[in-house]
Design a protein around this ligand. Structure first.
Ligand SMILES: [Zn+2]
Length: 578
């Protein structure tokens, strides 16, 4: 028989070139977008690698049914092509990777706005680019030829591919790491997601799941009774109050706090108008865990209260404010569900970061335009939350090239090794860019001559080789250091507001304070009181009482640590604190 003869000859010399063409064809539909993401430096290499490996999957059907190779490749290719147009189109418009957050935005935001956005970014060259993209796909398909190999070998090769793609990760997560089934499936989904068509399928599944979780949290929040006896010292007056939440910024790296490098020139220049608090720390070194306390009545001693008591957003709405949430943090990820829930408690949201991977390039200046727009809103009472990406890892993805000011050892501590220096420098550059963003927010706010104030602090700090033995970068709750918790905390108050809400901040600036009690400080600043308001927990109150600065995981068995013992340690001041 003819095909038997063919199989026999190919048994002797395998058609490697044929295999390469076939792989190239299937890889193409994920690869082009990933290649562009790499070339433009939009994200890390992980997605590229995963997409490449996952493309092996499509080799299996044509290997098992070689006489149908062309038809199988055509059908698979057509499906992949359709799905890939979404990620490639999305890249052309936003220079970013498609993610479940994009699906969330499409379904949850008003569609007129979404189509307006696409129209705004649509450029003529996208049509010929798509045609060229399709033409290359057709050409690659024309080069595909059947790979005849003995049946047993085809099966072995297929099983090897399946083992690489699924068997090994399953073995690692189930047997080695002993993860729960839910987490095992999540790991697998995350591995598949970068490749077409899984970016759409897994993206949609993730979106549905997280939407469900979020809706449950929102429903629970809506059942919480309002605060009793709410009184507003500025009731009926027009006012605009702004809360800017930063990210991973250790105050010891700000020249505003005495750091030798000029990392905050703009805030330094504004210093006379700012109340700069020197001893504020975060309760937890992680975004969600800390904001769960910052934005609610929960604290380290009562960590569950965020589920049963109104949030800061609920409070401001109850006080008659129109509430807004502008965020440059990832929109819809499993980890961020609680955050998205907070945002959904406000009246209007601006989601500006739809990256799939957290460590993607994204600059905070995107918040400035919606912020300026909201300031023009005619509603007399506005409460605006701006959530920045700040100085989150990867630091070099947080600022454009113009802000790459710190490149050498100048002003850097001696203990830094040559290997550590680039990351240390890019952290300081990120702080410099954060200075621009925060000062621009204050500038644009003050220009409207508002009746109100703006508070800025970071959700937590970051240890950038700062603590002895200077080998650790990041945050680790199990091994707390002051830089992981020490945050900048500044307040800008408008002249109008000062006349009706006089405060002498000077005696309060050095108070040791944890942002876990922030809701009391905010209420005090805003002139709000209610059952449950505790002036002893307000940083600016005359009745303020010093509380322990508890850090650690309140759900763990280990006792919490009082960070005040760290503040007196002189070695922690080495990173520039005066
Ligand atoms: Zn954070």
């Amino acid at each position: 028989m003819n095909s038997a003869a063919l199989q026999n000859t190919s048994y002797k010399r395998f058609d490697w070139a044929g295999l390469a063409w076939m792989f190239l064809f299937f890889w193409y539909f994920s690869g082009v977008t990933h290649l562009l993401l790499q070339i433009t430096g939009a994200t890390t290499f992980v997605g590229f690698r995963q997409a490449m490996v996952m493309s092996l999957l499509w080799l299996i059907p044509p290997m098992l049914f070689p006489h149908k190779t062309k038809a199988i490749a055509a059908v698979t290719g057509l499906v992949l092509w359709v799905f890939s147009l979404f990620s490639l189109g999305y890249f052309c418009i936003y220079q970013q990777e498609f993610s479940q957050s994009v699906i969330f935005i499409i379904f949850e935001s008003n569609t007129a706005e979404a189509s307006e956005y696409v129209a705004q970014y649509f450029v003529w060259w996208m049509i010929p680019a798509m045609l060229a993209y399709t033409a290359v796909a057709v050409y690659l398909w024309s080069r595909i030829r059947p790979l005849y190999l003995p049946r047993s070998r085809a099966w072995i090769a297929s099983l090897l591919i399946l083992a690489t793609l699924f068997g090994y990760p399953l073995y690692k997560s189930m047997i080695v790491k002993k993860l729960q089934m839910e987490l095992v499936m999540e790991t697998l989904r995350n591995r598949m997601e970068p490749a077409t068509p899984w970016h759409m399928i897994m993206g949609y599944l993730n979106y549905r799941e997280q939407l469900g979780n979020m809706q449950e949290l929102l429903a629970a929040n809506s059942r919480i009774p309002p605060l009793a006896k709410l009184q507003d010292a500025s009731a009926g007056q027009p006012s605009t109050l702004v809360l800017v939440i930063g990210e991973s910024t250790n105050r010891q790296h700000l020249s505003l706090y005495g750091y030798p490098r000029p990392t905050t020139p703009k805030l330094d220049a504004m210093r006379g108008e700012l109340e700069v608090f020197n001893n504020v720390v975060a309760p937890r070194p992680y975004t969600i865990e800390t904001l769960q306390q910052v934005l609610t009545f929960a604290d380290q001693e009562n960590p569950g209260l965020y589920k049963t008591q109104p949030s800061l957003l609920n409070l401001m709405k109850q006080a008659g404010y129109k509430t807004y949430w502008i965020t440059n943090q990832q929109t819809m990820t499993k980890r961020n569900t609680m955050l998205t829930t907070f945002s959904q408690q406000t009246d209007e949201q601006y989601y500006l970061n739809n990256s799939r991977a957290q460590n993607s390039r994204q600059y905070d200046n995107v918040v400035l335009e919606p912020f300026a727009k909201i300031l023009q809103d005619t509603h007399p009472r506005k409460f605006i939350v701006v959530h920045l990406l700040g100085t989150h890892m990867k630091y070099e993805y947080r600022y454009p090239a113009e802000y790459e000011k710190f490149r050498d050892r100048n002003g850097a501590p001696d203990w830094l090794t040559d290997a550590q220096l680039p990351q240390y420098n890019s952290y300081d550059n990120a702080v410099l860019y954060n200075d621009y963003v925060v000062s621009s927010l204050i500038d644009s706010f003050s220009k409207t001559e508002p009746n109100g104030f703006l508070v800025y602090f970071a959700d937590h700090g970051e240890d950038v080789f700062d603590s002895p033995p200077h080998s650790f970068i990041g945050r680790n709750e199990a091994k707390p250091t002051l830089p992981m918790y020490a945050v900048p905390f500044i307040v800008w108050v408008s002249d109008k507001w000062k006349t009706t809400h006089p405060h002498d901040f000077s005696k309060t600036l050095d108070r040791p304070y944890s942002t876990s009690h922030f809701i009391h400080t905010w209420s005090d600043l805003a002139g709000l009181s209610f059952d449950g308001f505790d002036p002893e927990k307000s940083l600016i109150s005359e009745k303020f009482k010093e509380h322990p600065l508890l850090v650690g995981d309140p759900d763990a068995k280990k006792p919490l640590t009082d960070l005040r013992s760290f503040i007196s340690k002189p070695k922690n001041k080495a990173a520039g604190g005066k």
